[in-house]
Design a binder for this molecule. Structure first.
Ligand code: DQA
Length: 147
């Protein structure tokens, strides 16, 4: 099955951006790890990053057509975007929200997530390994749904 992995603003700078918070892996490293694990588990990945809210919304709409699950790190849009929440609410398959950092240990404005109102699970603070764990989880949900 096809798993979408969607990434929000500034994650293109992963590895260079505040490495004490987000680590040294780049988004290309994360993508390669996601692809490797997904293919081991018999799935395909569509991996995207954008700094533009509408592009993320458009990919969620595209996922409605062909995705068995979405793994999403909405980055700062987590805390601001009712539009991304509304888009995810139109998607009927599993959604896992990932944050590299532990948002709950950080500023109060990062403690609320609009996306968590829809997500089936949330991973925070496990570094880029969180993406791998999210893929394992959606793979088992896809298997138990018989897809
Ligand atoms: C983030 C946490 C957000 O608060 C922040 O705006 C990000 C990245 C994370 O992966 O830890 O850009 O989603």
């Amino acid at each position: 099955s096809l798993i979408y992995v969607l990434n929000g603003p500034n994650l293109n700078l992963l590895g260079k951006r505040q490495p004490h918070i987000y680590g040294h892996d780049t988004l290309a490293d994360v993508e390669a790890d996601c692809r490797r694990l997904a293919s081991e588990l018999g799935h395909d990945i569509r991996f995207h990053q954008s700094n533009r809210e509408y592009e993320i919304i458009d990919w969620i709409h595209e996922a409605r057509e062909d995705a068995a699950a979405i793994v999403i790190n909405p980055a700062a849009f987590t805390h601001t975007s009712v539009a991304i929440l509304d888009a995810l609410n139109t998607f009927e398959q599993p959604v896992i929200e990932v944050h590299i950092s532990n948002v709950h240990k950080r500023e109060a404005f990062r403690h609320h997530s609009f996306v968590s109102h829809r997500a089936d699970g949330v991973i925070a603070g496990l570094g880029t390994e969180g993406y791998q764990l999210a893929i394992r989880r959606v793979a088992s949900l896809i298997t138990s749904a018989g897809k």
